[in-house]
Design a protein around this ligand. Structure first.
Ligand SMILES: Cc1cc2nc3c(=O)[nH]c(=O)nc-3n(C[C@H](O)[C@H](O)[C@H](O)COP(=O)(O)OP(=O)(O)OC[C@H]3O[C@@H](n4cnc5c(N)ncnc54)[C@H](O)[C@@H]3O)c2cc1C
Length: 485
């Protein structure tokens, strides 16, 4: 066994781990980071940007909620079912974190809401080199944070997964990890921060703790290596569990060309397997609400339906629902895109010459579909949707073959929760007492949303990871310094 020593060990170099390691180093701590993957940044490399509150950019543009407004929005949204102290500490920290990142050389685009009705808290990272912001642009931020941490003397061990937390008496004393050659190494430290990003790549845990069966009634991002390691290790040393959920959104199963996927995300006619509408399709702009609604339907499935006229509208006039991750304004050639998808054996988009044929292919109840389309077409003629009050501009009848359908399942960015922490990110045991020297941050400890991701304040999960990471880094460094005296 090779021996290593630090004041603070950070388990993982994802979003929370990077923030924690820089924050601890800023407080003068010697920091070692062990990371399972071959790169830093974790899931954050797929994202676009974090939440900020009262940032320099928001103050400049006079936009966004104040810290007090954000707290009220948060707690009203969650019905006070979550730890208000932790939410408060997160939002307090969030008033300085964007500026802290800017000082490292990270640039952000103008803060914005993710969808109409959201608050402009989302600070999309400017990826530089003249590239536009878009899916994965936040990777630039994690590259800069990694360089910053290295410059401060933080030692990184990549491809070195931590296996176990070591305790001496009631105090945390270090970790064991597996190095690149497969050997177990031990590292001693006064404080350990867990930030392993949850269990989004662990279908057994997803089934056990959230009830979803991956691939059948859930299509979530599975970032390799997110197996719940940190949660397991914390529980092994006595940490209390929290509620564990998926960060629910909605997705089409499997891999699909983004332009094609956007075509099927438009607010036309959304039905369940009974052939019934179940929400105002305008709400499809809000991924969390739509994920919730779909997960309450038969087999947790939904189908977006449109006809040839609507297809032509999307090709010539364009999309109704625009979003930033894949910023398409119209579909160029739907037939060609669908042909490619079928060639690649994609199974969850459908085209048919009649509604009967469409029900045969999708499994939607034929009587239900017929009834709903007759009713919906009547709403379109009158320009009034008396059931869900959908915007009349979006009421387009389904009358003309061919007919198209795309299937949705509940989706998820990843998991949420697992390790109980307090507002200082100290890990608590089942008696709600802290485990001296143990801290957790990011997804592993993110139980502040209640039953639904607080997407109304967008950038929230990356925001929580950065801010809880910073809080953990500062507190772990202070603890290590006081424990060393
Ligand atoms: C497609 C996509 C887009 C997203 N976009 C956004 C966005 O724009 N804004 C937003 O707020 N959120 C976004 N998110 C969510 C956000 O990226 C995550 O909430 C955030 O990355 C969580 O940070 P974390 O540090 O907890 O975990 P991660 O960033 O996932 O880091 C966890 C790290 O732990 C490592 N690890 C695992 N086990 C071990 C072990 N045993 N030892 C050592 N290391 C280990 C992993 O390799 C990984 O590097 C997005 C997510 C996805 C999937």
């Amino acid at each position: 066994m090779k021996g290593l020593e630090a004041d603070v060990i950070v388990v993982a170099a994802g979003v929370a781990g990077l923030a924690a390691s820089i924050a601890a180093a800023e407080k003068g701590a010697q920091v070692i980071v062990f990371e399972k993957a071959s790169t830093t940044g974790g899931t954050g490399n797929m994202g676009m940007g974090p939440l900020g509150v009262e940032s320099r950019l928001q103050r400049l543009k006079k936009i966004g909620p104040s810290k007090e407004e954000a707290f009220k929005v948060f707690m009203d949204y969650t019905h006070w079912q979550v730890d208000a102290q932790l939410v408060g500490a997160y939002l307090e920290k969030a008033t300085t974190t964007i500026d802290w990142l800017e000082k490292m050389g990270i640039e952000f685009l103008e803060p914005r809401p993710y969808f109409p009705g959201g608050w402009p808290t989302w600070h999309v990272v400017n990826p530089g080199e003249g590239k536009p912001g878009g899916g994965g642009c936040a990777a630039t931020m994690f590259r800069i944070m990694t360089e910053k941490a290295k410059g401060m003397g933080v030692q990184f061990f990549l491809q070195t997964p931590v296996e176990k937390i070591i305790k001496q008496g009631d105090k945390v004393a270090g970790v064991t990890a597996e190095d690149r050659t497969g050997k177990t190494i031990q590292a001693d430290a006064k404080a350990v921060i867990i930030a392993t990003g949850g269990f989004g790549d662990n279908p057994q845990w997803i089934k056990k703790y959230t009830g979803y069966e991956w691939g059948r009634d859930l299509q979530s991002f599975r970032v390799p290596g997110l197996a719940g390691d940190g949660i397991r290790m914390a529980w092994e040393v006595g940490a209390a569990p929290t509620e564990m959920r998926m960060e629910l959104i909605y997705l089409m199963p499997g891999e699909l060309d983004p332009e094609l996927a956007e075509t099927f995300r438009q607010p036309h006619l959304l039905l369940n397997l009974l052939g019934e509408r179940f929400m105002n399709e305008e709400t499809m702009a809000n991924p969390a609400f739509t994920g919730n609604a779909i997960s309450r339907q038969k087999n947790r499935a939904a189908f977006l339906i449109f006809d040839e006229n609507i297809k032509k509208h999307m090709e010539s006039v364009g999309f109704d629902l625009l979003q930033e991750v894949f910023p398409f304004t119209k579909v160029s050639d739907l037939d060609a895109l669908m042909k490619n998808a079928f060639k690649a054996s994609y199974k969850d988009i459908f085209v048919a010459d009649s509604l009967e044929e469409l029900t045969g292919k999708t499994g939607i109840d034929p009587d239900g579909l017929k009834r709903t389309i007759e009713e919906y077409n009547g709403f379109c003629r009158k320009g009034l949707d008396p059931i869900f009050n959908k915007n009349p501009k979006l009421l387009r009848p389904i009358t003309t073959p061919k007919y198209y359908a795309g299937k949705f399942l509940p989706g998820a960015y990843g998991s949420l929760g697992g390790i109980k922490i307090n507002y200082k990110t100290e890990v608590l045991n089942k008696d709600w007492k802290k485990i001296p020297g143990l801290y957790a941050a990011g997804t592993d400890a993110c139980s502040i949303y209640g039953d639904t991701y607080v997407f109304i304040l967008p950038g929230n999960t990356m925001g929580f990871a950065l801010n809880s990471g910073r809080i953990a880094g500062e507190n772990a460094a202070a603890y290590a310094q006081s424990a060393g005296k």
